[in-house]
Design a protein. Structure first.
Length: 348
């Protein structure tokens, strides 16, 4: 079974409350105390994006709270991360300057097994994807990416000191990703897709909508959304799975899941698995932990396997799960690459 694991002293801001929809702040250089201009400010994985002005100030308007982090990044500085921006962020944010260095990967006694062209092609296949959306993507800064093939572990690794900037013409987004990890593992010393085993990529990502209201692009986004885990969980928290194109063999979803409002957090839902079914085991996922609940979800007869390692999960209003480390997705919904992804705040 193939798995895609896709893994991404504060001062209380006096006018930022739990229900606020505007995030504000000022960004300075920690050493010089000068304003940092044109720093990227965004909610990770969303289309909520802005930049700092000439005085280092930013104002990020948010229509609806989303479960994600606030990222402030600049090519010359180390990024700042606010884990819970709707609860607290610093009034003054100071960035540490990066040291200038030339990226190198040196492996003694190991000559390159594949050319840069071959590794770039394999990287695009496993990072962007081979769908229409994936093939439409253009990496604007390919020259910033460098590779190493770990022959003993049959793994292609990619690195980039600057954010990888992707132009997704098919879905109408400019995607920027700080590539913290990229590892594509193969069954043999190869870069062939037929020998591909699994991929892991991780890093903060932002989306800029450049569709300009194009109706064809809107329809493509809807198709990308249909059949996704994002759609499944949004229907789940809205209690609309019963009449949806998703089915769970043998266990009605309205009986399997209990969905309630979180009394301690606005726009947050609590998802629990009914105690009656917590010992439920799906024979299609024999490698799951013995303490996990494994559910098969069918969409157009294509199976996806959800391994629930906990009995309680939290979701925002968009259907984004907070407790992602306790949820493993494999099968159909796990095959999506960056080229087919949508912002966390996407609404059809």
């Amino acid at each position: 079974m193939r798995k895609l694991l896709i893994y991404c002293v504060l001062f209380l801001f006096p006018f930022l409350s739990v229900t606020a929809q505007v995030l504000k702040g000022t960004v300075f250089d920690k050493q010089t105390k000068e304003s940092v201009i044109n720093a990227n400010v965004y909610l990770e994985g969303t289309s909520y994006f802005t930049i700092t002005d000439a005085d280092g100030n930013f104002e990020l308007k948010v229509n609806k709270r989303v479960n994600t982090r606030l990222i402030i990044s600049h090519v010359a500085y180390h990024s700042f991360v606010a884990e819970k921006p709707f609860e607290s962020i610093p009034a003054v944010i100071e960035l540490n300057e990066k040291e200038n260095r030339i990226s190198e990967v040196l492996v003694k006694g190991d000559k390159p097994r594949f050319s840069r062209k071959e590794m770039m092609r394999a990287f695009k296949d496993q990072f962007l994807g081979t769908s229409k959306a994936g093939r439409s993507c253009i990496i604007r800064n390919e020259n910033d990416i460098y590779f190493h093939y770990d022959r003993p572990n049959k793994t292609l690794k990619a690195f980039c000191d600057a954010p990888v900037v992707i132009e997704n013409k098919y879905l109408g987004y400019i995607i920027s990703m700080e590539l913290l990890v990229f590892e594509a593992e193969y069954y043999e010393v190869s870069l062939w897709n037929k020998a591909f085993k699994r991929v892991l990529y991780l890093g903060p990502t932002s989306y800029q909508d450049v569709s300009q209201g194009n109706l064809a692009i809107q329809k493509r986004r809807e198709r990308a959304y249909n059949g996704s885990s994002k759609e499944f969980f949004r229907l789940l928290i809205d209690k609309k799975l019963k009449k949806s194109p998703y089915t769970i063999p043998s266990v009605p979803p309205e009986k399997l899941f209990i969905v309630t409002n979180d009394p301690q957090a606005e726009d947050t839902k609590i998802i629990r698995i009914h105690p009656k079914y917590y010992e439920y085991k799906d024979t299609f996922a024999p490698h799951a932990d013995s303490s996990s609940v494994v559910i098969t979800v069918l969409h157009k007869q294509e199976p996806t396997y959800f391994e629930f390692k906990s009995n309680t999960y939290h979701s925002d209003a968009y259907g984004n799960i907070y407790d992602v480390r306790d949820l493993v997705v494999s099968g159909s919904m796990s095959k999506t690459r960056i080229g087919d992804t949508l912002p966390l705040d996407y609404e059809p």
